[in-house]
Every structure is written in structure tokens, then in C-alpha cells.
Unconditional design. Sequence first.
Lengths: 260, 363
Amino acid sequence: MNENLEFVPPHPGDPGVDPASDATSHKDAILRVEDVSKIYSSGDTEVHAVSKATMAVDQGEFVALLGPSGSGKTTLISMIGGLLSPTTGTINLAGTDVAGLNKRDLTKFRAERVGFVFQAANLVPFLTARENLLYVSTLQKRISRKEAHARADQLLEELGLAPRAKNVPEQLSGGERQRVAIGRALMNDPDLILVDEPTAALDTKLGRQVVELLAREIKQRGKTGIMVTHDLRMVQYTDRVFEILDGELTHVEQPSALAH
Amino acid sequence: MNLALTEMRRSKLRFGLLAGAVSLLVFLVLLLTTLSNALVNSITGALKGVDANVLVYSANARDNLQASRLDPAVVGQVAEVPGVTAAGPVSVLTTSAALKDGTEDLQVFGFEPGQPGAPTALSEGRLPENASEVAMDGGGYAIGDTLELTAADKQATVVGLLRGAQFNASPTAYLTEDLYGQIVKATNPNVPFVPVNAVAVSVDGDSEAVVSAITAEVPGTKAYDKDDAVSLIPGVASISQTFGILVGLTFIIGIVVIGFFFLILTVQKMKTFTLLRAVGAGTGRLSAVVALQIAVVVLLASAIAVLLTLLAVRGLNSGIPVELSPVLVIGTVAAVLAFSLLAGLLSIRRISKIDPFTAAGAR
């Protein structure tokens, strides 16, 4: 629905800081991405989806990864979230070398350490809102069944979904579905929340509400979040903005510098 | 919270229809096998139930009990062969009788009380001990009834009832060699002696060796292990084979239906499975969802099928005793379950190939 909003390179005359030098200044970053590349071979040609990305995000920060479609932003957060292995480079989340995990450990890493909110098809269609939250709690052993139930109810309450807890996704609106997905992402108390174009299927007003809510939940809980977006209007809810173009991280800026 | 069962609860129609279809196929397998067993047993039951390890026919009988004729003196000769602990005569004939169920064809099985050759499948009462007593399988008799042997103009009191001991799928009377001889003489007054059809032998130790020894040492005879003799009864092999093909085909169709259905279901749920892989569900966990659903469908379908089969067996009036064996039920259900889970590997293979990355950016 936001497809008509084309990506406009912001402030070409006033570029922000280079992400690599920015990373060195964040000594205590919880997430450190260093020289990460993802290269796909297609016949004789190599496609660099992401090249030598370096970035650092502090604990409690909510940052945006801003770029046009095809710029490699989804590939980059997929590697950070353990959905995809980088071709080269290292990713370190709170002491865990993500790029070095095997397939089984990556699955466990995703279940326990990362919360995902995807663009669409975010929920299990035959589970109610509450069950969608509860199911992910069964993927890890850190909290008991009783705690999980209490936590799911609390999250649904905070997200304004308590009256919809027993509805299956089909009976929910687009905005409600994304709110359930946010609850699902927060359910396992992860270190990192990764959000991929959460407003892609929503109109502007709903999109803003969802991102605002997301920012609030992440901040309140002292979580770290990365949101991928191509929508400049959504970056105002974030702390910093990483710009990505053709697979390369170009600048780090303050959201205010990009305000329309 | 169980993903597999929750989905089934929310899609009752879909899984109910599948369980219904599978139950009909399991029902067919059970019914065909039961009928086949009943039919084979109605032909072989008598011989199978004979108290013996080894049976001796005449050498020129072409493996057929009814074509076999032996001099009664052969019984004594067989008893002398080393390894034989006891030997007794077995005699069969078809005669007419006024049976209580209105039919007339009666199979008569003669044996010597206390010797090999006596039937073992007694379900009620006792075996006959003299020429005025008889034990029956079929024909609608109860203990204390009188059997009218019209052709021989004799009568005998029913003192015992047998089950699964019919010969040639007809009501069968078990009686003493004494009464058997009287029937033969009454219907054929000129016979020089009453022949026996076979010698039933009980063996101490290796029956194979005794079989060879009897065939070699008693002229004009051929000995068989009892199980071999049973399978050589004319018609048994072809009945077993025909039903075996039907049962096998039905079984295979059932497994294919289950395998394909779950594969379709898995393909339809690919988006969901991909999402779940992305948020940290392992391949094993998702495979267990499919396996559990298959198990529930098969067990539910089997329960319906057993019920249908019981109703069908009760409702069947086929003239031969038909019974649903628990061993058959357990064996069939276990086999359907095992092979359905194998067929579920088609789905599990799909799940194992999921790339969780495709959950990101999938629209």
C-alpha cells in the first residue's frame, strides 16, 4: 500500500557518519556486525546482496535500516537474526558468534534470542492470537507454562488485544495481526527484536500506530530493535537510522535529520 | 499447547473426511481378510484341528485327503515306524442328513477316541466316545439334540460342539470310527472293508525325519507335515492368493491416500511451517506435527473400521462362521500406522527442505 512512496535519498548534501567509524565509537554495543557480506553465485556472476556491512547497536536502542527495495536490508537483518548465514564477516549478539552457529543452534538462537516481526504471513492461521504467543513459548525452556500464560495475557493486554485473544488471524484486522506479531516477537523475552517492513500491508495511519506501539514496547522493556523500512515517515520513532543502498551501509543519521 | 491437535480441532471437517475415507479402506482390509480367513478355515478347519503332527495319505492320492484310501492295517504299520509315538485313523465322507438348519449335506469325520486324529476345536461339551454319540460344527445343533443320518438310517446324540472345525465349508459331524464304519456299511453293503483316508500321527521330536521315514518304510503311503497337508487342500492356495491381492491393493491405496493427503496438507501449510522454522521451531518438531496427525487419523479411522467390521460380520449371513480376530485387528492397525508414517516421510522431506530465510520478505 506504500508502494507509491518511492525512496528518496535523504539530504544528499549532508551525509551522516560512516557506519564503520560509528561502530568504533559504540564500545559497549550489544550487537556488533563486522565486515559482513552475502554473495550469491549465479552461474559465472557473483551478486553481492550485502557487502562488507559494519554496524553496532547499543542495548536499548531502536534503530532503523532504511533503504529502497533490493538494497539488501532484509538480507542483512536475516543474517543478524540467524535466518541466513553470511558468506564472510562476523556477527556478535551479546557474546554469541551468530555466524559461527550450526543449523541446530541457529534454530535455538532464533527461538530464544530473537523476536521477529515479518511483513506479512506472520501468524499461524489456525491458532488464536493468544495461542500464537503461547506456541513460541513452547520453543524454549526458560519460562514455565504458567509464566507463559501470564506473560501472553499481559502482552495482549498491553497491545490492546485482550478482547481479541480468542480470535484466529482470519478474524483480525491487518493492524491487529501485526500487533499480535509484535506480541509474539516479545513473548520469549529476546535480546533483539527484528522487524521487517511491519507496515507493508497497512495504510499510513495504521502503520504509524503499529510502529509507535512497537517503539514503545521495545523502549519500555529495554530491548534492542532493528526495523527494516523503505518508508521515511516511520524512522521518526527510532533512535538512529542506518542507510543501505546496493548492499552497502552508507551512513548513520539521526531521525531528525531525515524528518520531512 | 499442541499444534497438531489444535489444528485438527479447528479443521474437524477436513480431518474428519480423511479419517472417514481411511476408515473405509481399513474396513475393506479387515472385512476381506476376515472373509478370506473364514473361507479358508471352513475348508481347512477340520484338518488343521486334527490332533496330529504328521498325516499319512495313500501314495497315489495326489496330496488330497478325500482321494486317499488306505487299508486300516496301515495304521498299525505306521505306528511301528521309529519316532512315531501314536497313530490313529482319520476317515471322511460326505453323506446326507436331515440337518436342523434345513440343509442336507453333511461332512463326516471319523476318528478313534483317545488316538491321534481326534478333533481339538471343541468349544462346548465333549467328544463322542461311542457309536451313538457325535460332536457337531454347524447345522444349528445344540448339545442334547439328535442328529438324523438319513442316508445310513442312523441316529446319534450331539454331545459336543466344535468351532472352526468345518470341512469343505459344510456342517461337519465328528464321530467314532465305529459309527463311521456303520454308516459306510449301511450305504455300501458290499464293501469288503472300511477304508481309512489318512493316518494321523503324533511324533516325538523332529517331524521332518518321521515324514521321510514313514514314506520310505510303509509301502504305498506318503506322509506330510500337518501344515503342509493343510496348505495342499485343493482351493486353499488360490483363495488365499485372490484375497491376498485384493487386501494388498486396498492396503496400498489406503497408504497412498494418507501419504498424498498429508503431502497436500503440508504444501498448503508451507507458509506457516516456514514462519515457524523462522521463529525457532526445529524440523523435528514440525515433522512430529505431521506424524502425530497421521497417528491420530489412522487410529480414529481404525476405530471406525473395527466398528464397521463388527457390524458387517454380525450382519453377514454367509453360511460359514465368520469371526473378527483381535490379532488381525491389531496387526492391520499396526501395519497401516507404520506404513502411513512411512508415507508421511514425503511430507517430512518437504519440511526438512524449508529455508527459514524465505519467511523474511515473503509477501
